[in-house]
Design a protein around this ligand. Structure first.
Ligand SMILES: [Zn+2]
Length: 312
């Protein structure tokens, strides 16, 4: 009798323990999916507002106004953005990132990032005399889409993963010709300040040049292979195969300092087929709301699987 009771107690305890462990291990990220039209239109409106500011290269007044705009938009969503500025002695430039943490239901935090600066000076070969370089796709598209995604995340409350959204300054290299040593200022500073402990963050997603009318997001080869599966599954589920991963590229971008710090990171970027890249023709007419909506929907659809894999 005693043996039977002890065995029953042990069984009940095991079942309870398993149930608790299962509950603790499960991550429920459940975000509503907006339509292409709804998400795309909102993202595009943000991009247009950023583009109106004109060239916003590091150290410029327009760069500061772009940070004001991002900050104000996040505050209007009742979020608590932080502006992080620092002075770079070599460049004699005051850089500034904008970051915003949103508590959700995962242990680790997912970084979703972009850059909002524009290139200071284009190489001679890429200047075509059509006005200033305003970086609508390059710097503007990711900025606008991340603001529209912030609206989604703010509305989702606890159904979202724990997130940090970051708008980097100083992605572009200061010299006209790409110089890795004089670029990626915002992402390097962020890693230096916040990504040292290895516990806070689970992964990083970078959005860069995600609004081209003819949308062709590359398979970026330095990105973490493990992060491709959730995105591939999302692309397939939404029927967006023609827009994703048909072309490849390998670029130095804001994900590199995070990869160097050991954090799984993926760069969603259109680099291979991008005729307006670093040309004055990178203007509003070559960016489409639908493309922004498509990329945003893919990110939202991939989130539950990313949470399961790397944010527990
Ligand atoms: Zn660029």
């Amino acid at each position: 009798m005693r043996a039977w009771r002890a065995a029953t107690c042990a069984l009940v305890a095991t079942v309870l323990l398993f149930a608790c462990a299962n509950r603790a291990g499960r991550v429920t990220v459940d975000l509503p999916l907006p339509t292409e039209d709804d998400l795309g239109r909102r993202a595009y409106a943000h991009v247009a507002r950023i583009a109106e500011l004109g060239p916003r290269h590091p150290g410029s007044k327009a760069r500061e106004r772009a940070a004001d705009l991002i900050f104000a938009r996040l505050r209007a969503l009742d979020l608590t953005p932080i502006r992080e500025a620092w002075f770079d002695e070599r460049e004699k430039i005051r850089f500034e990132n904008v970051r915003c943490r949103l508590r959700g239901n995962t242990n680790k935090c997912l970084l979703i990032t972009t850059h909002y600066d524009t290139k200071l000076e284009l190489p001679e070969s890429r200047r075509d005399g059509n006005g200033p370089f305003v970086g609508v796709n390059d710097g503007g598209s990711g900025t606008g889409l991340l603001l529209a995604l912030a609206e989604e995340f703010a509305a989702a409350g606890a159904r979202r993963p724990t997130l940090e959204l970051v708008w980097f300054d100083g992605e572009e290299s200061i010299p006209a010709k790409w110089d890795l040593d004089r670029a990626l200022y915002g992402s390097r500073e962020f890693v230096r300040r916040h990504v040292q402990d290895g516990h806070t963050y689970g992964a990083m997603i970078l959005l860069d040049m995600v609004g081209a009318k003819d949308l062709r997001i590359d398979r970026e080869e330095s990105s973490s292979k493990a992060l491709y599966a959730p995105f591939e599954a999302a692309v397939k589920r939404l029927g967006y195969d023609e827009h994703f991963f048909q072309t490849t590229c390998d670029v130095d971008d804001d994900h590199i300092p995070f990869l160097d710090a050991g954090l799984p990171s993926i760069d969603l970027i259109q680099f291979d087929e991008n005729p307006h890249w670093h040309r004055n023709s990178d203007t509003l007419e070559h960016v489409s709301p639908r493309s922004l909506g498509i990329v945003g929907r893919v990110v939202l659809t991939a989130l539950p699987a990313i949470a399961e894999r790397v944010l527990r």
